[in-house]
Unconditional design. Sequence first.
Length: 215
Amino acid sequence: MLSIVFKFSYFNFVLELIKKLFIMKKIMVSMVLGLGLLTASAQIQKLEGPRIGMTLITQGSVADFLHEGYDFIDDNSNKLGETGTAFTTQYGWQWESRFADGGGDVVGIVEWIALVGGMEQGKFLPSISSVIGARTASGLEFGVGPNLSLSGVGMLFAVGHNFKSGSLNIPVNLVFMPGKDIKGKLYDQATNDYNDYTYNTGARISVMVGFNLSK
């Protein structure tokens, strides 16, 4: 019986993730169409490469998942957001497109970054981000864009510096994504009833480094 309940709960979890994927797809299509209109005459350079980093996750449901696993956050008798902060590694791949008019000191950049966190703890925390920003001739860069992860859709903010060694680019970035409040239900065994409460997913602060080359 417990196995059936777990499978049904996990099935609902997967369905919710698919819904979030469709929401992000609509956001991405709108952003790409808008960017295409603005950069129809631009010179486009494509690059890609690996990304690795560390993430601090403040107290919230994502940190709960890293500390206790999926069974803990799926159990309504557990109050989320009380297991403390967490650290995790990130590993993934970045795809970058640069948009330049051929004469300025600033180029527009669009990045797609797919990452997996939690592997050092045997956990699987996938995320995908799309960032639109700019990079100066000195290497300073900044951007903003949506992020999709198991905690839902959020907005991230990034700043960093792109170091160059010949044709090799070595981006180093500081990324911040605020947490969001979510309403949950807590099961009270004494009253055999559910009480409403609000918990936070937890903010994420990441330091990422990688390298990329032209395709």
